[in-house]
Structure formats: structure tokens, C-alpha cells
Design a protein around this ligand. Sequence first.
Ligand code: ATP
Length: 591
Amino acid sequence: MSSESILFSEVAEHFEKLEKTQSRLEMIDILEELFNDTPPNSIDKLCYLLLGEIDADFKHIKLGLGEKLVQKGVAKAFSLSNEEVEKLFRETGDLGEAAEVASEKGSKGLKAFTKGERKGLSLKEVHSSFLKIANAEGSGSQDKKLNILAGLLSNSTNKGCRYITRIALSKLRLGVGDMTILDALAETYTGSKDNRPQIEHIYNISSDVGLVAKKVAEDGVSGLDDVGVEIGRPIRMMLAQRLKKLSEIKEKMGGDEFAAEEKYDGERMQIHKDGENVRVFSRRLEEITKQYPDVVEYIKDNVDIDEAIMEGEAVAVQDGELQSFQKLMRRKRKYDIEEFVDKIPVKLFLFDLLYVEGESYLKKSYPKRREKLEQIVDETDNLKFSRRIVTDNLDKIDEFFEESINRGNEGILAKSCDEDSVYRAGAREWLWIKWKKDYTSKLSDTLDLTVVGALAGKGRRSGTYGALLCAAYNHEKDVFETLCKVGTGFTDEDLELLPKKLEEFEIDHKPARVVSEIEPTQWFQPNLVVEVEGAELTKSPVHTAGLDRIEEDKGLAIRFPRYLNLREDKSPDESTTVSELMEMYENQEKI
Ligand code: ATP
């Protein structure tokens, strides 16, 4: 491995292999080979590009290249007319492939543009050009972006053009996920995938796969010790397990006392305060500060210290009554935000504290975090701490649950008060347990599933979907295992919208990280998450979720699955996991 940057042509060869493989194990091997050929100082850039990005996901760096501009870039790079590129695009159906063909065809004209032979672009050059494209702003920026892109394409190999174009369009989609990269990093730099949990822990704290990759490539697992909590870098959020019977809380949680907090039906947010600079991140770690100027004000006015990272739930209110999540979502808009801030005011209920004045609070117990939170924040009418009781008495919890529901909430969250009740970034464990009012059917909760395929519709539905093939996420194996075909619950609007949303994720073979016995009409790279309800979980000879875990050759399936809505606030690896399904199945069997 040299310290020189790897050539992008070599990267592109590996991208092609990744795109073609139908096996996740092979995917890890390809990545390992690629990592071994990449000098550690470029590994961060490689990881971002593998995910089709330029930097950590939460930075949301936008290239600002529309389809038309990319098309122009291809034309310019290879001295073709826009019409010629348009035609290639129509013929191939993919601008990446069109660019590759244009590159093959246009080598004559190319010399006129570059005034020289094509030289091999390095990975670093490609990455830094994309950064320049992203940073070009203001007047003349479109031309600048166009020229940089054309320069990149004209200096690239034919295959390189395919991938540069797809990155430019934010449509790379190699099917590689963050966990796939973490596994490959563990294999390459620590010799075993068994070390992924250590790497994953730091990833959960930093949310930056490139940073983690670079540290582990340069200094092995010990390099990860340098990565801590930083303001402005969101922490992957701690999640709750679910239980059907309140009486089991004690057994699951251990310890004498625990807290029961109201479970608000709003939007979870992680708030980073750095002096007067307040930033708000969503559950998916997207920056949503602009949507919540009121929350920013509440924090600026009522938090007594300079640096803090807090979590809470913003809930829409009307005439003093808490409103539903759907109501709050009407605020999600690009324009007229101020108007909707007035129309849909929110209250913020703070429930956790992760960092204070240079000190991480992640390893402190929940009672300590809450105590400090209450010290640094002054409550107002709109800025509250989550309502809660601390007790060891289940009857009191039951009463509190009723009260919480009557106040318009979804249920309660029980939280461990033990010494070791730390904040477990990105984990869904028994330190937090949710209990919701809709836990009445045999299936104790709705499920958030990733769409991996579609089956064509018949009769009235012909031309749209008959059913969606949906999968749960197996976090340990980093694959998506099918759980059901959902064919009911769709409105006409859903049937119109879903194909538009899914179109861009379609691929012509089974994605490498999907485990399925069913062959749908269309396959999709795991991206879109939908919420599904059902009657119960049953054993299934055709679905692969939790295969062999309950009975040999059987997976789990949902009986009578019904589509509810999109969960665009969740990424595919935040779908319901196979371990959760196992828990739910066992709980269900006890009833
Ligand atoms: P759900 O769809 O049930 O909200 P989820 O998968 O989005 O589940 P979970 O971690 O399973 O998230 O459930 C906890 C969620 O409940 C948090 O993400 C948060 O949005 C919300 N919530 C509401 N009130 C609280 C609270 N007091 N403490 C923690 N989380 C709360």
C-alpha cells in the first residue's frame, strides 16, 4: 500500500464488482481488497464515495448539480451536442451509462477539450473536485460546477465516467450500507469482523463513517479512543425496546426503581447549543434547525450554559392540548416556515442530556443526566422537562400510563435508574422500554419495514403495485430478510406516490444485502421504509426473517399485513430488526 492516492480507475473497477454482486460476503471481500489498495489517508474519502456522498451524511453536502447540468457536463467533456447525450440517455436509461458510452465515442473531441491525453485521475482528485463543485456558490457558480464536472469526466476512464456521473446525480447506490463498511473495516484493519462492535460504538457517537475509517486505518482500534463527542456532530440516538406486559418491566430492567416518562407523539430532536449557535438534528440526524426557529429561541433564552447537547420531543399544541405527529408534520416545508410556526406552535419536552461544557455525559447514569438537565434549563410554558414519575410500584405506573394517554400521548417510556443506565448511542436495549396504547392486537406494535421488491398488480391495480415485498433488518448480519408481502391499506394517492419514490432504487437483480426466497417483479435497493400493521407474527416457509431461529427452514411472517404510511424519517438500518421480531414473537406466544 503506497502513500500515493489510489487511482479512481481502480476504484471504479471495484464499484462495478460491488454493483454486480448478489452476495454480501463477496461484497465484504471486494471492500477489503479495495481498502488494502487505498492509503489510510484517503480511506475517509473512499468511504464517503462508496456511500455516494462527499462527507459525513449529517453534513448534507449538496453538489447542486441537476440532471440537465450533468447532461451538459457530459456533452462538454466529450464535445458532443446536448441532443446526442440526450439520445444516449434515452437509449441506456441511465445517465451514468450514457456518460460511459459518450466517453468511448467522444475520445476525438476530447483532445480538443483537454488539449492532451487522458491522465489517470486519483481518488483524491475526484473527491476534491466534487468538494469544489459543492462549494461553488453565487453568480457564475453553475458554469464553474459545469467546468469542473466536464474536466473530471474528460480525464477519467470510460468506467470512471459511469460512476462520476452517478455520484454527480447523487444516484450511486452500490448497495453498500454503513454497517457493511464497518464490517469490512474490522476485517481489513483488525483481522476480524468480531471487532465491529468496538468500531460501531465510535461510529454511533460520531455518526461519521469516514472519520472512523481513517482512525482505524491509521492506528487500529486504539485510534478510536481519540474520537469523542463534539458539538455539531450528532450522536446516533438511543432507542427503546418494546414490551407487551407492564409487569415484565422489572424483570427486564433490573434494579429497584425506574422512571416512567410520558411518551410524546411528536418529533424527536437532538439539540446542540454552542453559545448563541443552536442547531437541531432529527432522528435521522438531518439538520432541521430551519424548521424550528421557535425551539432555537426556547433554548437560547432558557439554557444557562454555553455548551450542551440535549434531547427532547417537540409536540404540536393547540389551545393548550397536545396534538398528533401528523399535525406537526404540516410544518415540514421549504417555504412559509414562519407562517406555519405561528399556525402550529410547539412545546418542547426535554428528556436527556448528552454533553455539558466540554464533558461527555454518555457514560453517566440516567438519574445523573436528568438531574443536571434540570439544573441547566429553566422551564417555561413552552419548554418543559418530560413529565415522569420515579417508583418501584407497578400500579402507579399503570395509573401514570392512563394519565399520559388522557393527555394525548402515545403511552409511556420506562427508563432504568440503575448505576449503569448510560446513554447507549444508536442502541435499542432494555434500559428504555416503550409501552403504547395501541398494543392491543396480538402483534404488539406496528413495524417499520424496508421495501425490497414489488409484485405487479392485477385487475384494477394493473400498472401499479399488487404488493410490496417488505423486509426487516438483521443488524448482526447487516442484511434485509423478508417478512411479508403487503397488498392492502394503500390509498389511490399511495399507489401513485410509491412507484415514484421507489423508481430510483430499482435494480435488475436481487440486491446483495437482501435475503429472499421470493422473486418479485421488481427489486429495489434497500432504501425506503414503510410502516405496516398486522394481526400477528407466524412461522413461514417462504419468508426469511429470522430463518431457522424458531424452527428449521422457517422464518417469520406477518399475518394480514396492512400498509399504514411512509416512514421517511427512518433509514433502512433503522427498520424493525430481526431481534425485535424474535422478542415480539416470544411475547405473543406467552399470551
Ligand atoms: P415509535 O414509532 O414507537 O415512536 P421509534 O422507532 O421511532 O418508535 P423508539 O426508540 O422505539 O422510536 O421509541 C422511542 C421514541 O419515542 C423516541 O425516538 C422519541 O421520538 C419518542 N419519545 C417520546 N417521548 C419520549 C421520552 N420521554 N423519552 C424518550 N423518547 C421519547
